[in-house]
Design a protein around this ligand. Sequence first.
Ligand SMILES: NC(=O)c1ccc[n+]([C@@H]2O[C@H](COP(=O)([O-])OP(=O)(O)OC[C@H]3O[C@@H](n4cnc5c(N)ncnc54)[C@H](O)[C@@H]3O)[C@@H](O)[C@H]2O)c1
Length: 438
Amino acid sequence: MEKIRVGIIGQGRSGRDIHRHLFETQAPLRDRYEVVAIADYIGERCVALPGVAPSPELKIYTDYKELLKNRDIDLIINATCSKDHVALSIEALEAGFNVICEKPVARRVADFDRLVSVAAVCDLVKSKAEGLSLRYGIPHIFTDYRKMLDSSAIDAVSVCTDHGSHALISLDALATGKHVICEKALSANRKDLGLMVAAESRYKDLVFSGVFQHRFESWYNYLRGIIKSGVFGRLLTINLNVLCWRGADYYAADEWRGTWSKEGGAVLINQAIHFIDLLGWMSGGVESISGSYANLTHLSIECEDVASASLIYKNGAVGALTATSSSPLEWEPVLSFNGTSGSLDLCNSEIRRINFRDKSLESQITREYAEIKQNDRELTLSKAYYGNGHPRQLANFISAIRGEEELRVPVHSAAHAVDIVLSVYESYNTGKRITLTF
Ligand SMILES: NC(=O)c1ccc[n+]([C@@H]2O[C@H](COP(=O)([O-])OP(=O)(O)OC[C@H]3O[C@@H](n4cnc5c(N)ncnc54)[C@H](O)[C@@H]3O)[C@@H](O)[C@H]2O)c1
Protein backbone atom coordinates (compact mmCIF):
# COMPACT_ATOMS: atom_id res chain seq x y z
CA MET A 1 0.00 0.00 0.00
CA GLU A 2 1.31 3.42 -0.93
CA LYS A 3 2.08 5.79 1.87
CA ILE A 4 -0.03 8.90 2.39
CA ARG A 5 2.25 11.87 1.84
CA VAL A 6 1.84 14.54 4.50
CA GLY A 7 2.73 18.24 4.52
CA ILE A 8 2.76 19.96 7.91
CA ILE A 9 2.31 23.72 7.98
CA GLY A 10 3.59 25.17 11.24
CA GLN A 11 6.62 23.78 13.04
CA GLY A 12 5.89 25.13 16.49
CA ARG A 13 5.46 22.71 19.36
CA SER A 14 2.27 21.21 17.91
CA GLY A 15 3.63 20.79 14.39
CA ARG A 16 6.80 19.16 15.67
CA ASP A 17 4.79 16.88 17.97
CA ILE A 18 2.66 15.74 15.04
CA HIS A 19 5.77 15.12 12.96
CA ARG A 20 7.32 13.08 15.76
CA HIS A 21 4.06 11.20 16.36
CA LEU A 22 3.73 10.22 12.73
CA PHE A 23 7.32 9.08 12.67
CA GLU A 24 7.73 7.11 15.84
CA THR A 25 5.17 7.21 18.63
CA GLN A 26 2.39 5.43 16.80
CA ALA A 27 4.24 2.69 14.98
CA PRO A 28 1.34 1.56 12.73
CA LEU A 29 0.99 5.10 11.41
CA ARG A 30 4.59 5.16 10.37
CA ASP A 31 3.92 2.53 7.74
CA ARG A 32 1.03 4.51 6.30
CA TYR A 33 2.13 8.13 6.49
CA GLU A 34 5.26 9.93 5.44
CA VAL A 35 6.02 13.59 6.14
CA VAL A 36 7.30 14.91 2.81
CA ALA A 37 7.03 18.66 3.43
CA ILE A 38 7.15 21.08 6.32
CA ALA A 39 6.73 24.84 6.43
CA ASP A 40 7.28 27.52 9.00
CA TYR A 41 8.03 31.16 8.46
CA ILE A 42 10.63 30.94 11.22
CA GLY A 43 13.38 29.24 9.22
CA GLU A 44 15.32 27.83 12.14
CA ARG A 45 12.30 25.75 13.14
CA CYS A 46 12.47 23.84 9.89
CA VAL A 47 15.19 21.43 10.96
CA ALA A 48 15.41 17.71 11.55
CA LEU A 49 13.89 16.69 14.88
CA PRO A 50 15.93 14.73 17.39
CA GLY A 51 15.18 11.04 16.93
CA VAL A 52 13.25 11.56 13.70
CA ALA A 53 15.01 10.46 10.57
CA PRO A 54 13.62 12.79 7.89
CA SER A 55 12.08 11.34 4.79
CA PRO A 56 14.66 11.44 1.97
CA GLU A 57 12.05 13.44 0.05
CA LEU A 58 11.46 16.00 2.79
CA LYS A 59 11.02 19.51 1.37
CA ILE A 60 11.32 22.52 3.64
CA TYR A 61 9.57 25.85 3.05
CA THR A 62 9.55 29.15 4.88
CA ASP A 63 6.54 30.24 2.83
CA TYR A 64 3.57 27.89 3.15
CA LYS A 65 2.25 29.12 -0.20
CA GLU A 66 5.23 27.39 -1.82
CA LEU A 67 4.35 24.19 0.06
CA LEU A 68 0.81 24.44 -1.37
CA LYS A 69 2.34 24.26 -4.87
CA ASN A 70 3.89 20.86 -4.08
CA ARG A 71 1.58 18.45 -5.89
CA ASP A 72 3.25 15.38 -4.33
CA ILE A 73 1.40 16.02 -1.08
CA ASP A 74 -1.80 14.05 -0.32
CA LEU A 75 -2.70 15.56 3.03
CA ILE A 76 -2.01 18.90 4.70
CA ILE A 77 -1.92 19.17 8.49
CA ASN A 78 -2.50 22.76 9.55
CA ALA A 79 -0.58 23.22 12.83
CA THR A 80 -0.37 26.99 12.69
CA CYS A 81 -1.59 29.53 15.27
CA SER A 82 -5.28 29.32 16.01
CA LYS A 83 -5.85 32.68 14.33
CA ASP A 84 -4.72 31.13 11.01
CA HIS A 85 -6.64 27.87 11.34
CA VAL A 86 -9.70 28.77 9.33
CA ALA A 87 -8.21 30.96 6.57
CA LEU A 88 -5.19 28.76 5.95
CA SER A 89 -7.23 25.54 6.00
CA ILE A 90 -9.65 26.98 3.44
CA GLU A 91 -6.72 28.10 1.28
CA ALA A 92 -5.28 24.57 1.36
CA LEU A 93 -8.70 23.04 0.62
CA GLU A 94 -9.19 25.39 -2.32
CA ALA A 95 -5.74 24.42 -3.59
CA GLY A 96 -7.14 20.87 -3.81
CA PHE A 97 -5.65 19.24 -0.70
CA ASN A 98 -7.21 17.15 2.00
CA VAL A 99 -6.75 19.10 5.22
CA ILE A 100 -6.65 18.28 8.90
CA CYS A 101 -6.60 21.29 11.17
CA GLU A 102 -5.07 21.05 14.60
CA LYS A 103 -7.29 21.77 17.64
CA PRO A 104 -10.97 21.83 16.69
CA VAL A 105 -11.43 24.51 19.32
CA ALA A 106 -9.95 26.86 16.75
CA ARG A 107 -13.42 27.41 15.35
CA ARG A 108 -14.32 29.08 18.61
CA VAL A 109 -11.15 31.16 18.55
CA ALA A 110 -11.94 32.09 14.97
CA ASP A 111 -15.34 33.27 16.19
CA PHE A 112 -13.47 35.53 18.58
CA ASP A 113 -11.31 36.70 15.70
CA ARG A 114 -14.26 38.48 14.17
CA LEU A 115 -14.84 40.36 17.41
CA VAL A 116 -11.46 40.85 19.05
CA SER A 117 -7.80 40.87 18.28
CA VAL A 118 -4.93 40.50 20.73
CA ALA A 119 -3.17 43.81 20.30
CA ALA A 120 -0.36 43.40 22.82
CA VAL A 121 1.19 41.01 25.29
CA CYS A 122 3.12 42.02 28.39
CA ASP A 123 5.44 40.02 30.63
CA LEU A 124 8.25 41.08 32.94
CA VAL A 125 10.28 38.41 31.15
CA LYS A 126 10.72 39.76 27.64
CA SER A 127 11.43 36.37 26.06
CA LYS A 128 8.05 35.06 27.27
CA ALA A 129 6.23 37.99 25.67
CA GLU A 130 8.27 37.54 22.50
CA GLY A 131 7.46 33.83 22.39
CA LEU A 132 3.71 34.49 22.59
CA SER A 133 3.96 37.31 20.11
CA LEU A 134 5.70 35.05 17.59
CA ARG A 135 3.42 32.08 18.18
CA TYR A 136 0.16 34.01 17.90
CA GLY A 137 1.20 36.91 15.71
CA ILE A 138 0.62 39.53 18.42
CA PRO A 139 1.92 42.85 17.07
CA HIS A 140 3.17 44.60 20.24
CA ILE A 141 5.12 43.40 23.27
CA PHE A 142 5.76 45.15 26.57
CA THR A 143 7.64 44.41 29.75
CA ASP A 144 6.01 47.25 31.69
CA TYR A 145 2.24 46.81 31.90
CA ARG A 146 1.71 50.52 32.58
CA LYS A 147 3.20 51.35 29.18
CA MET A 148 0.85 48.81 27.63
CA LEU A 149 -2.11 50.40 29.41
CA ASP A 150 -1.16 53.79 27.91
CA SER A 151 -2.06 52.46 24.49
CA SER A 152 -5.42 53.72 23.28
CA ALA A 153 -5.52 50.74 20.91
CA ILE A 154 -6.43 48.46 23.85
CA ASP A 155 -10.02 48.15 25.09
CA ALA A 156 -9.68 45.26 27.51
CA VAL A 157 -7.01 43.51 29.55
CA SER A 158 -6.66 39.93 30.71
CA VAL A 159 -4.65 39.73 33.94
CA CYS A 160 -2.79 36.40 34.23
CA THR A 161 -0.02 37.19 36.68
CA ASP A 162 0.61 35.95 40.23
CA HIS A 163 -2.27 36.53 42.68
CA GLY A 164 -0.36 39.19 44.62
CA SER A 165 -0.19 41.53 41.61
CA HIS A 166 -3.79 41.07 40.40
CA ALA A 167 -5.30 43.99 42.32
CA LEU A 168 -2.65 46.55 41.37
CA ILE A 169 -2.68 45.68 37.67
CA SER A 170 -6.49 45.39 37.48
CA LEU A 171 -7.04 48.70 39.25
CA ASP A 172 -4.48 50.47 37.06
CA ALA A 173 -6.18 49.01 33.99
CA LEU A 174 -9.63 50.18 35.14
CA ALA A 175 -8.20 53.62 35.90
CA THR A 176 -7.08 53.90 32.26
CA GLY A 177 -10.57 52.97 31.08
CA LYS A 178 -9.91 49.32 30.16
CA HIS A 179 -12.32 46.46 30.77
CA VAL A 180 -10.65 43.75 32.87
CA ILE A 181 -10.88 40.00 33.23
CA CYS A 182 -8.68 38.77 36.06
CA GLU A 183 -7.61 35.17 36.59
CA LYS A 184 -8.38 33.37 39.81
CA ALA A 185 -7.63 33.98 42.61
CA LEU A 186 -8.62 37.65 42.51
CA SER A 187 -6.18 38.54 45.27
CA ALA A 188 -3.71 37.16 47.78
CA ASN A 189 -5.09 39.09 50.74
CA ARG A 190 -8.17 40.78 52.18
CA LYS A 191 -7.08 44.37 51.58
CA ASP A 192 -6.65 43.77 47.84
CA LEU A 193 -9.91 41.84 47.68
CA GLY A 194 -11.75 44.80 49.20
CA LEU A 195 -10.10 47.15 46.68
CA MET A 196 -11.16 44.92 43.78
CA VAL A 197 -14.80 44.79 44.89
CA ALA A 198 -14.87 48.53 45.58
CA ALA A 199 -13.40 49.21 42.12
CA GLU A 200 -16.20 47.20 40.54
CA SER A 201 -18.72 49.66 42.04
CA ARG A 202 -16.61 52.67 41.18
CA TYR A 203 -16.08 51.77 37.50
CA LYS A 204 -19.67 50.89 36.68
CA ASP A 205 -19.21 51.61 32.98
CA LEU A 206 -16.43 49.05 32.66
CA VAL A 207 -16.78 45.28 32.65
CA PHE A 208 -14.76 43.72 35.48
CA SER A 209 -14.79 39.94 35.71
CA GLY A 210 -13.01 37.24 37.72
CA VAL A 211 -12.20 33.91 36.07
CA PHE A 212 -14.05 30.82 37.25
CA GLN A 213 -14.42 28.88 34.04
CA HIS A 214 -16.17 25.86 35.55
CA ARG A 215 -19.29 27.99 35.91
CA PHE A 216 -19.54 27.78 32.11
CA GLU A 217 -19.63 23.99 31.95
CA SER A 218 -23.09 22.79 31.09
CA TRP A 219 -23.18 19.90 33.61
CA TYR A 220 -22.49 22.19 36.57
CA ASN A 221 -25.20 24.53 35.31
CA TYR A 222 -27.59 21.59 35.13
CA LEU A 223 -26.74 20.56 38.68
CA ARG A 224 -27.11 24.10 39.95
CA GLY A 225 -30.50 24.28 38.25
CA ILE A 226 -31.84 21.10 39.87
CA ILE A 227 -30.49 22.16 43.28
CA LYS A 228 -32.38 25.45 42.89
CA SER A 229 -35.52 23.61 41.80
CA GLY A 230 -35.53 21.80 45.15
CA VAL A 231 -35.21 18.17 44.01
CA PHE A 232 -32.77 17.45 46.86
CA GLY A 233 -35.40 18.55 49.41
CA ARG A 234 -33.94 20.45 52.32
CA LEU A 235 -30.16 20.59 51.82
CA LEU A 236 -28.42 19.10 54.86
CA THR A 237 -24.71 18.78 54.05
CA ILE A 238 -22.60 20.06 51.14
CA ASN A 239 -19.03 18.78 51.14
CA LEU A 240 -15.86 19.13 49.10
CA ASN A 241 -12.73 16.99 49.19
CA VAL A 242 -9.88 17.96 46.82
CA LEU A 243 -7.05 15.45 46.52
CA CYS A 244 -4.23 16.48 44.23
CA TRP A 245 -0.49 16.40 43.77
CA ARG A 246 1.88 19.29 43.25
CA GLY A 247 5.55 18.42 43.59
CA ALA A 248 8.58 20.43 44.62
CA ASP A 249 9.34 21.16 40.95
CA TYR A 250 5.94 22.84 40.54
CA TYR A 251 6.61 25.16 43.47
CA ALA A 252 10.21 25.79 42.41
CA ALA A 253 9.20 26.74 38.86
CA ASP A 254 7.92 30.24 39.74
CA GLU A 255 9.01 32.28 42.73
CA TRP A 256 5.46 33.37 43.64
CA ARG A 257 4.10 29.88 44.25
CA GLY A 258 3.55 28.77 47.82
CA THR A 259 4.24 32.24 49.25
CA TRP A 260 1.81 34.21 51.41
CA SER A 261 2.62 37.55 49.78
CA LYS A 262 2.35 36.57 46.10
CA GLU A 263 0.11 33.50 45.99
CA GLY A 264 -1.78 34.14 49.23
CA GLY A 265 -1.76 30.45 50.18
CA ALA A 266 -1.21 27.20 48.31
CA VAL A 267 -3.57 24.29 47.76
CA LEU A 268 -6.71 26.15 48.87
CA ILE A 269 -6.17 29.39 46.96
CA ASN A 270 -4.77 27.86 43.81
CA GLN A 271 -6.16 24.36 43.22
CA ALA A 272 -9.22 23.86 45.47
CA ILE A 273 -10.56 27.36 44.78
CA HIS A 274 -12.28 26.27 41.55
CA PHE A 275 -14.48 23.86 43.48
CA ILE A 276 -14.84 26.14 46.46
CA ASP A 277 -16.34 28.60 43.99
CA LEU A 278 -18.74 25.92 42.72
CA LEU A 279 -19.81 25.15 46.31
CA GLY A 280 -20.77 28.77 46.87
CA TRP A 281 -22.27 29.32 43.41
CA MET A 282 -24.41 26.18 43.53
CA SER A 283 -25.56 26.49 47.13
CA GLY A 284 -26.32 30.21 47.24
CA GLY A 285 -23.28 30.98 49.38
CA VAL A 286 -21.40 30.29 52.59
CA GLU A 287 -22.25 32.18 55.77
CA SER A 288 -19.38 31.35 58.14
CA ILE A 289 -16.28 29.21 58.51
CA SER A 290 -14.06 27.62 61.07
CA GLY A 291 -10.87 26.25 59.54
CA SER A 292 -7.43 24.84 60.00
CA TYR A 293 -4.40 24.28 57.78
CA ALA A 294 -0.87 22.89 57.92
CA ASN A 295 2.15 22.17 55.79
CA LEU A 296 2.92 18.47 56.15
CA THR A 297 5.13 17.53 53.21
CA HIS A 298 6.06 20.59 51.10
CA LEU A 299 8.80 21.90 53.32
CA SER A 300 10.19 24.21 50.62
CA ILE A 301 7.09 26.45 50.64
CA GLU A 302 5.59 28.77 53.26
CA CYS A 303 1.92 27.90 52.83
CA GLU A 304 -0.44 24.98 53.39
CA ASP A 305 -0.54 21.61 51.67
CA VAL A 306 -3.45 20.37 53.80
CA ALA A 307 -6.51 22.31 54.95
CA SER A 308 -9.96 21.67 56.35
CA ALA A 309 -12.96 23.75 57.32
CA SER A 310 -16.41 23.42 58.76
CA LEU A 311 -18.88 25.51 56.78
CA ILE A 312 -22.31 26.90 57.52
CA TYR A 313 -24.17 27.79 54.34
CA LYS A 314 -26.61 30.67 53.89
CA ASN A 315 -29.34 28.09 53.21
CA GLY A 316 -28.75 26.52 56.65
CA ALA A 317 -26.88 23.42 55.45
CA VAL A 318 -23.53 22.58 56.99
CA GLY A 319 -20.48 21.15 55.29
CA ALA A 320 -16.92 19.93 55.41
CA LEU A 321 -14.14 21.16 53.15
CA THR A 322 -10.82 19.32 52.92
CA ALA A 323 -7.97 19.72 50.47
CA THR A 324 -4.42 18.52 50.03
CA SER A 325 -1.72 18.83 47.39
CA SER A 326 0.30 15.96 48.87
CA SER A 327 -1.95 13.16 47.59
CA PRO A 328 -0.75 10.37 45.28
CA LEU A 329 -3.80 11.25 43.15
CA GLU A 330 -3.05 13.89 40.54
CA TRP A 331 -6.49 15.52 40.56
CA GLU A 332 -9.59 14.24 42.32
CA PRO A 333 -12.11 16.82 43.47
CA VAL A 334 -15.26 15.28 44.99
CA LEU A 335 -18.35 17.45 45.53
CA SER A 336 -21.19 16.02 47.60
CA PHE A 337 -24.75 17.37 47.89
CA ASN A 338 -26.98 15.69 50.46
CA GLY A 339 -30.60 16.64 51.09
CA THR A 340 -33.71 15.12 52.66
CA SER A 341 -34.89 13.78 49.27
CA GLY A 342 -31.69 12.97 47.45
CA SER A 343 -27.96 12.74 47.56
CA LEU A 344 -25.27 12.91 44.89
CA ASP A 345 -21.46 12.79 44.72
CA LEU A 346 -19.55 14.15 41.73
CA CYS A 347 -15.94 13.21 41.13
CA ASN A 348 -14.12 15.09 38.39
CA SER A 349 -17.57 16.10 37.16
CA GLU A 350 -18.75 12.47 36.77
CA ILE A 351 -21.57 11.20 38.99
CA ARG A 352 -19.85 8.82 41.39
CA ARG A 353 -22.95 8.03 43.52
CA ILE A 354 -26.61 9.01 43.31
CA ASN A 355 -29.48 8.09 45.62
CA PHE A 356 -32.92 9.67 45.52
CA ARG A 357 -36.02 8.52 47.42
CA ASP A 358 -37.90 8.87 44.14
CA LYS A 359 -36.21 6.28 41.90
CA SER A 360 -37.77 7.62 38.68
CA LEU A 361 -36.34 11.06 39.51
CA GLU A 362 -32.97 9.40 40.19
CA SER A 363 -33.04 7.74 36.75
CA GLN A 364 -34.11 10.99 35.10
CA ILE A 365 -31.24 12.97 36.69
CA THR A 366 -28.74 10.22 35.83
CA ARG A 367 -29.93 10.15 32.22
CA GLU A 368 -30.08 13.92 31.76
CA TYR A 369 -26.64 14.42 33.32
CA ALA A 370 -25.11 11.73 31.06
CA GLU A 371 -26.74 13.32 27.99
CA ILE A 372 -25.34 16.72 28.87
CA LYS A 373 -21.85 15.29 29.35
CA GLN A 374 -22.14 13.38 26.08
CA ASN A 375 -23.27 16.43 24.11
CA ASP A 376 -20.66 18.76 25.51
CA ARG A 377 -17.33 17.18 24.76
CA GLU A 378 -15.50 20.08 23.16
CA LEU A 379 -11.80 19.62 23.20
CA THR A 380 -9.86 21.95 25.40
CA LEU A 381 -6.74 23.87 24.57
CA SER A 382 -4.96 22.80 27.70
CA LYS A 383 -5.04 20.32 30.56
CA ALA A 384 -8.30 18.39 30.78
CA TYR A 385 -8.94 19.42 34.36
CA TYR A 386 -9.07 23.08 33.38
CA GLY A 387 -12.34 22.10 31.70
CA ASN A 388 -13.88 23.59 28.58
CA GLY A 389 -15.22 26.76 30.17
CA HIS A 390 -12.43 29.24 29.40
CA PRO A 391 -13.48 30.06 25.80
CA ARG A 392 -17.08 30.43 26.98
CA GLN A 393 -16.11 32.72 29.81
CA LEU A 394 -14.09 34.87 27.40
CA ALA A 395 -17.04 34.91 25.00
CA ASN A 396 -19.27 36.09 27.86
CA PHE A 397 -16.73 38.80 28.81
CA ILE A 398 -16.63 40.02 25.20
CA SER A 399 -20.42 39.94 24.86
CA ALA A 400 -20.78 41.87 28.12
CA ILE A 401 -18.41 44.56 26.80
CA ARG A 402 -20.53 44.74 23.64
CA GLY A 403 -23.65 45.05 25.78
CA GLU A 404 -25.10 41.82 24.39
CA GLU A 405 -25.05 39.61 27.51
CA GLU A 406 -25.04 39.98 31.24
CA LEU A 407 -21.62 39.34 32.78
CA ARG A 408 -21.77 35.91 34.43
CA VAL A 409 -18.82 36.20 36.83
CA PRO A 410 -18.69 39.77 38.10
CA VAL A 411 -15.90 40.52 40.53
CA HIS A 412 -18.11 40.62 43.65
CA SER A 413 -19.29 37.11 42.81
CA ALA A 414 -15.75 35.80 42.17
CA ALA A 415 -14.72 37.37 45.50
CA HIS A 416 -16.82 34.89 47.49
CA ALA A 417 -14.48 31.94 46.92
CA VAL A 418 -11.42 34.03 47.81
CA ASP A 419 -13.23 35.18 50.94
CA ILE A 420 -13.89 31.53 51.87
CA VAL A 421 -10.21 30.63 51.43
CA LEU A 422 -8.91 33.66 53.31
CA SER A 423 -11.43 32.93 56.09
CA VAL A 424 -10.04 29.41 56.55
CA TYR A 425 -6.58 30.90 57.13
CA GLU A 426 -7.90 33.70 59.33
CA SER A 427 -9.96 31.32 61.41
CA TYR A 428 -6.98 29.10 62.15
CA ASN A 429 -4.68 32.08 62.79
CA THR A 430 -7.11 33.73 65.22
CA GLY A 431 -8.87 30.69 66.67
CA LYS A 432 -12.23 32.26 65.74
CA ARG A 433 -15.16 31.36 63.51
CA ILE A 434 -15.26 33.89 60.63
CA THR A 435 -18.40 35.37 59.07
CA LEU A 436 -17.87 36.02 55.38
CA THR A 437 -17.78 39.55 53.96
CA PHE A 438 -18.45 38.97 50.25
N1 LIG B 1 -8.37 29.31 35.56
C1 LIG B 1 -7.48 28.33 35.51
O1 LIG B 1 -7.81 27.16 35.32
C2 LIG B 1 -6.02 28.68 35.70
C3 LIG B 1 -5.03 27.75 35.34
C4 LIG B 1 -3.69 28.12 35.52
C5 LIG B 1 -3.37 29.35 36.08
N2 LIG B 1 -4.38 30.19 36.44
C6 LIG B 1 -4.08 31.50 37.06
O2 LIG B 1 -3.39 32.30 36.11
C7 LIG B 1 -2.47 33.16 36.77
C8 LIG B 1 -1.07 32.93 36.24
O3 LIG B 1 -0.71 31.58 36.46
P1 LIG B 1 0.49 30.92 35.62
O4 LIG B 1 0.48 29.49 35.98
O5 LIG B 1 0.36 31.31 34.19
O6 LIG B 1 1.74 31.65 36.27
P2 LIG B 1 3.18 31.92 35.63
O7 LIG B 1 4.09 32.25 36.74
O8 LIG B 1 3.53 30.81 34.71
O9 LIG B 1 2.93 33.20 34.73
C9 LIG B 1 2.75 34.46 35.29
C10 LIG B 1 3.50 35.46 34.44
O10 LIG B 1 3.19 36.77 34.88
C11 LIG B 1 4.36 37.56 34.69
N3 LIG B 1 4.24 38.75 35.52
C12 LIG B 1 4.18 38.84 36.87
N4 LIG B 1 4.05 40.13 37.25
C13 LIG B 1 4.00 40.86 36.13
C14 LIG B 1 3.87 42.25 35.87
N5 LIG B 1 3.77 43.15 36.84
N6 LIG B 1 3.87 42.65 34.59
C15 LIG B 1 3.98 41.77 33.59
N7 LIG B 1 4.10 40.45 33.78
C16 LIG B 1 4.12 40.00 35.04
C17 LIG B 1 5.50 36.64 35.09
O11 LIG B 1 6.73 37.04 34.55
C18 LIG B 1 5.02 35.30 34.51
O12 LIG B 1 5.52 35.07 33.22
C19 LIG B 1 -2.62 32.85 38.27
O13 LIG B 1 -3.55 33.73 38.80
C20 LIG B 1 -3.16 31.43 38.28
O14 LIG B 1 -3.88 31.10 39.44
C21 LIG B 1 -5.69 29.88 36.23
